[in-house]
Design a protein around this ligand. Structure first.
Ligand SMILES: [Zn+2]
Length: 432
């Protein structure tokens, strides 16, 4: 089936911030096969024509998430990261069942879709249940199977073998991709990190881990090994291949140079870093060095929203404050970090931008609202998306040409029933 979308404008999601006014976008077999001004469009033929009053943007790509943690949203409010993990999160997570993860991920996936996020990089327990959840909602996920030392989990070698086996069995339709997710250098031994990296390179998998999130996590390793976390990872053969490092807040020039030379990508999580007072990642310096950067929400227990457009605004705000410059990150760049730049950060050139040949992951933002006026030139629409818009203006979403959100609500699953199920399960997990 062929589809033709006609919109007030298309925002491409490229680094330059291209906006096409009065636009047409054609889809065949789930892929974009034509895009441009309506005046230049080829005949529609027998395509189903979808008229959209607003703006069509790429499905957003969230490059760091633990979305099943909607079960723990707002819990442990006000605690520092180490106490929040040890006193609130880990005791709850010890009680998690596979069914909890699937229900929570299904609910979270519906929430992500409704905010325009069509792909998320997930790192959480029971990865096969996360895959089942996004299969139900119709979203895409890159699922980094976690490696973490917790009571009740098998030894690392077994966790790693299971992760590699899972990846080998992933379907080839691009909906679910598996990677390997060793938690961090302060929780996972260096020889395990190296083994995970070797396996990821051998099988072409994404290796996803947390790096330099807080000032204190590195101090311990520095005292023990005399090296920063990035230098330690480089020395232990963890870098190289498809490496995606979340946070990277506390990075000096030498660390950034290691990231550049090993082509390590960064998942920038401004809302989580702000909420937990971790610091402000040097995004401008990363981009200027040519380091690939995408935006992540992080888990909904440390954000607490799953609204990537709101986080794009915060990324621009923090970069400008940190650089004392109103040009430190443009609206176009902030939008690109959630779309085309994010797709580059996870090596998925099939996602993130509205270009011919890419997957038809499309988000319709209703611009019939005062926050989207005035529009003097095309760039104003992009500026409004970042500075006054947000996920709540998303009306319709298609993934691979399949409609999964209508009128702001996921159509593939029962959202009110999922909310009720999350509430019941969260109460049990809190142990009260
Ligand atoms: Zn995280």
């Amino acid at each position: 089936m062929r589809q033709r979308f006609r919109a007030r404008a298309v925002v491409v999601g490229d680094r330059a911030g291209t906006v096409v006014l009065d636009a047409v976008l054609d889809v065949g077999d789930g892929l974009i096969d034509w895009i441009g001004p309506a005046a230049e469009a080829p005949p529609a033929g027998d395509a189903e024509v979808v008229e959209l009053p607003g703006v069509l943007i790429p499905g957003l790509v969230n490059v760091h998430s633990h979305a099943p943690m909607v079960l723990f949203r707002g819990q442990g409010e006000g605690l520092p990261l180490d106490r929040w993990l040890r006193e609130v999160m880990w005791p709850r997570e010890a009680r998690l069942t596979p069914e909890d993860v699937e229900v929570a991920m299904t609910a979270a996936s519906a929430e992500l879709l409704a905010a325009g996020v069509t792909t998320s990089v997930e790192m959480y327990f029971h990865p096969e249940r996360i895959a089942a959840a996004v299969t139900a909602t119709g979203a895409r996920a890159v699922i980094a199977a976690p490696l973490i030392p917790l009571p009740g989990l098998p030894p690392f070698e077994e966790q790693l073998r299971a992760a590699v086996d899972l990846a080998a069995g992933a379907p080839a339709d691009g909906r679910v991709e598996y990677g390997i997710g060793p938690h961090a250098a302060y929780t996972v031994p260096l020889d395990v990190l190296r083994a995970a990296a070797v396996a990821a390179r051998e099988h072409g998998l994404l290796l996803h881990l947390h790096v330099a999130e807080t000032a204190s996590e590195g101090a311990d390793l520095l005292a023990r090994h005399g090296r920063s976390v990035p230098a330690l990872l480089a020395a232990h053969d963890v870098l190289g291949g498809r490496v995606l490092a979340a946070h990277c807040v506390h990075m000096d020039d030498g660390d950034l140079e290691l990231w550049r030379s090993h082509d390590v990508a960064v998942a920038h999580c401004p809302a989580s870093n702000a909420k937990l007072a971790s610091g402000v990642a040097p995004v401008r310096a990363m981009l200027d060095r040519g380091i690939r950067v995408g935006l992540g929400t992080d888990g909904p227990a440390s954000n607490d929203a799953l609204d990537l457009l709101a986080d794009a605004r915060l990324a621009a705000q923090l970069a400008r404050l940190a650089g004392a410059s109103a040009t430190a990150l443009t609206a176009a760049e902030a939008f690109w970090l959630a779309t085309g730049g994010a797709a580059e950060a996870i090596d998925r050139p099939d996602l993130g931008q509205l270009d011919v040949g890419r997957r038809a992951d499309l988000v319709h933002v209703d611009t019939r609202d005062l926050v989207f006026e005035p529009v003097g030139d095309a760039g104003d629409l992009l500026a409004h998306l970042i500075w006054s818009g947000g996920g709540r203006y998303v009306r319709d979403v298609w993934v691979g040409g399949r409609r999964v959100v209508a009128d702001g609500v996921a159509t593939t699953v029962d959202v009110p029933a999922l909310r009720a199920a999350v509430a019941v399960r969260a109460a049990r997990l809190s142990g009260v």
